[in-house]
Write a protein that binds this ligand. Sequence first.
Ligand SMILES: Cc1cc2nc3c(=O)[nH]c(=O)nc-3n(C[C@H](O)[C@H](O)[C@H](O)COP(=O)(O)O)c2cc1C
Length: 281
Amino acid sequence: MNSMVDAIKKRTSVRSFEDKNLGDQLKTEIRKLVSENPAVPFSSPVRAQFIEIENFDVSKLKKLGTYGVIKGASSFVSATVQKGKYDMLDFGFYFEDLLLRLTALGFGTCHLGGTLDRSEFGKLMNVKENEVIPCISPVGIPADKRHFKDRMLRFMASSAKRKSSEELFFNSEGKQLAGPGLEKMKEILELVRWAPSASNRQPWRVSFDENRAEFHIKRSAIYGKLIEMTIKHDLQMVDIGIAMNHFHHGIKEIFGTEVKWSDDQKHQNPEKSLFVASCTW
Ligand SMILES: Cc1cc2nc3c(=O)[nH]c(=O)nc-3n(C[C@H](O)[C@H](O)[C@H](O)COP(=O)(O)O)c2cc1C
């Protein structure tokens, strides 16, 4: 099996693709990955699907809302999650897992939670009343050069940057980590730090003690309101699920142990954040 840690290090949002059909062999590889069903922390039912738009049909791509932002891709992966307490978090964990496995095989991907038409994807996926589609992703061979809008989007979201470790990682009292202890975890924390997030807001805050981590969310007020009014899906909770996925694979590959997720809180919340989930290993 390919290393998920390597895929995490390699992944970046790709919006510019080689403008050609993927061919049967690659499509079969994608379908195989889509049919794998990774376990999610709180067991929300998620189902994924491979979606192809025949002959790069521009009118169909425009209808899906991805045209303009994404160039050269006519294949997508999409997933639905059943509504429930942890739906967005479990979706983020699941979908990032799929995008990382696609990255490991050399495909380019990009979470799209804002720039898509959910009702059109809903029709293609036969979405039921108790299901939602938080994000989809194009899938294809990355182009050599990023197109203009892609470069603009990356510039506006400062996509090549992340908050510092001091802003993101804390001890069990919710205080900044200092001194020894951090060293052992450093590589894993870097995997969390470089996780993708909607508009690159990085809402996760993580606290630690020896065999335990707790994930907290620090929402940005204005962004939260904007999302509530327009997109109506809690994309920042999707972000938390994505960061948890990176942590999960980091612990698994670097420490060689399994991670157990729960909703049990023992640590204090780092400043102005709210507890979401915890894990032990
Ligand atoms: C939940 C989620 C939703 C996103 N929605 C969009 C989107 O609608 N359009 C877009 O161009 N990028 C979208 N992105 C990509 C982010 O802008 C990108 O992950 C971030 O800027 C960091 O860049 P990187 O992925 O290259 O590391 C989304 C990412 C996440 C995690």
